[in-house]
Design a protein around this ligand. Sequence first.
Ligand code: GLN
Ligand code: ZN
Length: 755
Amino acid sequence: MVRSANLGFPRIGARRELKHAVEAYWKGECSADRLKAIGAELRTRHWQLQQDAGIDVIPSNDFSFYDQMLDMAVTLGAVPPRFAALADADPLDLRFAMARGTDDAPAMEMTKWFDTNYHYIVPEVSADQRFELRDPKPVAEVREARALGIQTRPVLIGPITFLMLSKAQDGTAPLSLLGRLLPIYRQLLNRLADEGAEWVQVDEPVLALDLPASAQDALRTAYAALADERPALMLTSYFEGLGDNLALAAGLPVAGLHLDLVRGAQDLTPALTLVDRDRVLSLGLIDGRNIWRANLRDTLKTLQVAIAARGPERLQVAPSCSLLHCPVDLTRETELDAELRGWLAFAKQKLEEVAVLARAAHGTSTAIEDALDDAHMAATRRRTSARTHDRAVADRLASVQTRDMERRSPFAERRVKQQARFDLPPFPTTTIGSFPQTREVRKARAAHRRGDMDDAAYEAFLKAETERTIRAQEDLGLDVLVHGEFERNDMVEYFGEQLNGFAFTRAGWVQSYGTRCVKPPIIYGDVSRPAPMTVAWSRYAQSLTDRPVKGMLTGPVTILQWSFVRDDQPRSATCFQIALAIRDEVADLEAAGIGMIQIDEPALREGLPLRTADRAAYLDWAVDAFRLAAAPVADATQIHTHMCYAEFNDIMDAIAGLDADVISIETSRSHMALLDAFAVFAYPNDIGPGVWDIHSPRVPSSDEMVALLTKASAAIPRDRLWVNPDCGLKTRAWPEVAAALKAMVSAARSLRHAK
Ligand code: GLN
Ligand code: ZN
């Protein structure tokens, strides 16, 4: 029998109940007992929902009050010594302390989970690391589900992924700790078996990466040691095909193997022969990373290929990965029109798709035929709809030439013209774009949305904020000003709302980290720009001052990266469409007299494919898209770009390829270490290394900034340095902003005088 399985369900709740409860707990407005009760309610609701959807294999331990990696670290006893004081505290408080820090102990580091927008807590290990089975949450969840009459397959992060994603401050290679870690996993597996778990899902997504020999060996060692434990192991990997790791994965002595057949469709054929017939093969056929409804007729064909090769006995159908990366329930999206809604599936609907596929494998009924027909019809309509295809966009894209991506002259020539035009002092000062989104700004926006504030009043309010910000910048003595971005809710949503081809959900929240959720726009159709988006605000701001005001745009790669993207054409095609829309905006800003235009690309690096072999192709089109957006302007128009904290070393070619006249980057926390990549590369254009860590409420002194800039001028010629904060100021308060920018301007001035 083909069985339907799930690898993980979003825990946040359809109404973000978990977020609200945890935040209330942090504020002291909700007791620990109440918070735990809400967690239990959510788990129960989600288990039952999966059962009702017809899922045979239901996960447990996919729930977390903060993060599953953090939970795993606590379960394995990998609690950094600085949190020892909380050893006897409620495990909930220990976790929150580790994630958020305390007065005495800084928070643990957080970073992106593979190529998703989910962030996990980075486990810390050291040479004298001891592991122990502590707070066996996975066991408790199996028991809890069983008490409800639901048999679950608990999810664990596998030992190799756990170690490879851990960090050791003392230079220990985390994998060298495997020998100490495996007994704890064995103990845990035994406890799970005692609790009645017949299967355990072990997540090893590192199998989607290029694996050094040491990691391959570690995988063999680990699974040789774990495979004889009682619960059968379903080894899962996702986010990319297994590719050259398939033979390795198929050779591990585990009872089941899961394949992401959305990202790694090419794994199926070899897997059908490589994976022994006595193993269970889990086919990840439903896209866990996107929101499109599947064409189940097509998907069923793939399933039938597998059945024909191996018989139905040891097959499972599943989403490609955990559904953590999808919004919870489409039925709440009552404001989307019926046609568009008919093209979508969120977590709950995806499980229904999985269940239909598994049942369809055993012969059909009218209900199943109807479900397959509906899905097929929706897919056909989406493919052929006039809403997804705009002839003018396709024609324009087809006519793009290489020269459309090139500025008229090389940087050296542009620079001379820009210097003549703007006549800026050395170490020119500027900011990244946004100014404080104060409570008043957010209140006015909410009132306007609700209809309690009319358009005219809202516009007058925004104009007053903008003018105040222009005056403040003039008073502070900044050289290049910004308008402050008060009219923007979010740097992607603001543009998406004004572009064709985008849709917005009411409650399509996805967990980003901890209690933080994002609501990505959905790009469903060809993208075009019906009208200018930012020109009026930039023109207004520029009219208030003689100093240059930068026009402020979000770049095509970042808009793409922070949205759910259509799956019926390559991501690059969608990115180029967005680039053309931004290009028109750039041209219009220039025509309106705006002399400097910043195109933010903070997400350039996070779009990097997981496998190195795929990276060059991505960087090529990502850079081309930016250039297409930035290129229409005259030499004397200055293009800026901005990137947040990132590892720049391995993408320096791409960064230089953008050919922005000025790039601002986040460097202050790293004490300018990130600037080394630019120095080593001999980056040719202007750079503004951030001198103020805007993530912290702390206001640095002018002397500190001078020290940072002195360090920077040792690495980069001083006539190419700009002076700016790390990132936008929207989360800061005005008093901090005024004090820090004052110190920043004074730092720049003292450097101008120093020779
Ligand atoms: N211009 C944006 C701002 O200042 C840039 C934000 C970002 O880089 N994430 O808010
Ligand atoms: Zn930034």
